[in-house]
Design a protein around this ligand. Structure first.
Ligand SMILES: C[S@@+](CC[C@H](N)C(=O)[O-])C[C@H]1O[C@@H](n2cnc3c(N)ncnc32)[C@H](O)[C@@H]1O
Length: 299
């Protein structure tokens, strides 16, 4: 019988996090919500520096709002800066955040933002100033693969975003916090169509980076095939390496090289998922051709 809901988990590192009973996974299991969000997103995205050199609105997509630890950590890390941040959070449920708000004291990262988050949940958006920082935060409740597939199709037809949901998605991001459950538990979020649509919704004139916690060969091949440049991501907690992708190579410190490509060719688990079903397979001949032709491996 499937179990529903969330549980508060006391992690070995001493902080609390949430566990989804349905997915059977704990959010930020190794070093806790704030430490992981700082290592994986704030530091790795070089966020303060990028925002400091950015006069216009800086757009962040928060894929997998969950209980908002990543989003709040990004806001807190930049709250002393005179900046305009547009945060667009995606999730197919608001239950994790509702549960998180009920346990705000134990989780410890809400820092007095509870009322704003309640506003986000009830109105789908909230606008506020926090010192010199100004924030417009939207929450798109729905299935992420469906939302971006329809937004990409609409953009394809018209060349421009249209009204409603896709207008919000139509503001291309500068950074994407990609935090779904693992590919084994949540394969729908890790398919080639998902990352292809995501890439199509970026603005080629707007440099954008996407860090995520996995370092799997499948994920890296998927990102490359979707059009991204892909690099080695920072270590975080128990992970010695993560992954960071971007639409321009200059944003990445350590691009995957031809030696990685040769390892991928020998891997038993490298072929991207085309549908929401997890499986392991070596690279197909067609994928291998496409990888070799990727601009990342041309020099
Ligand atoms: C690891 S949790 C995110 C934790 C969150 N970033 C935080 O800081 O608290 C993964 C999230 O992805 C969401 N998710 C999973 N599948 C989804 C889908 N198909 N569409 C939208 N959201 C999805 C889950 O509901 C869950 O909240």
């Amino acid at each position: 019988m499937p179990r529903h809901g969330y549980q508060l988990v006391h992690l070995h590192c001493g902080t609390y996090s949430l566990r989804s009973l349905e997915a059977g996974e704990t959010f930020h299991p190794a070093i806790g919500p704030v430490a992981e969000a700082e290592a994986l997103y704030v530091k790795q995205l070089n966020l303060r520096d990028r925002i400091e050199h950015h006069a216009e609105e800086f757009v962040v997509w928060d894929v997998g709002l969950g209980a908002a630890a990543n989003a709040l950590t990004v806001l807190r890390a930049t709250r002393d800066m005179a900046c305009k941040i547009r945060l667009v959070s995606f999730d197919h449920t608001s239950k994790a955040l509702e549960f998180g708000l009920q346990h705000a004291r134990e989780l410890g990262y809400f820092n007095g933002q509870e009322e704003r988050l309640r506003g986000l949940l009830s109105n789908g958006q909230v606008t506020f100033r926090d010192g010199p920082q100004s924030v417009h935060w939207e929450f798109l409740l729905g299935d992420f693969p469906d939302l971006i597939a329809s937004a990409a199709a609409r953009r394809d037809r018209s060349g421009t975003p249209d009204a409603g949901t896709s207008a919000k998605i139509g503001v291309a991001p500068h950074a994407i916090l990609f935090d779904a459950f693992s590919p084994a538990r949540n394969p729908a979020m890790w398919t080639l169509p998902v990352f292809t649509h995501l890439y199509q919704l970026l603005d080629p004139q707007r440099p954008c980076t996407l860090p995520t916690y996995s370092r799997s060969t499948i994920l890296r091949v998927t990102l490359l095939l979707a059009g991204f440049y892909v690099g080695v991501g920072h270590a975080t907690g128990s992970k010695t390496e993560t992954t960071i992708a971007a639409n321009v190579p200059v944003l990445l410190d350590e691009l995957l090289d031809r030696r990685w490509l040769e390892r991928a060719r020998r891997s038993h688990s490298a072929e991207p998922l085309m549908e929401a079903k997890h499986r392991s397979a070596p690279l197909s001949a067609e994928t291998w051709e496409l990888l070799q032709a990727h601009p990342q491996f041309q020099s």
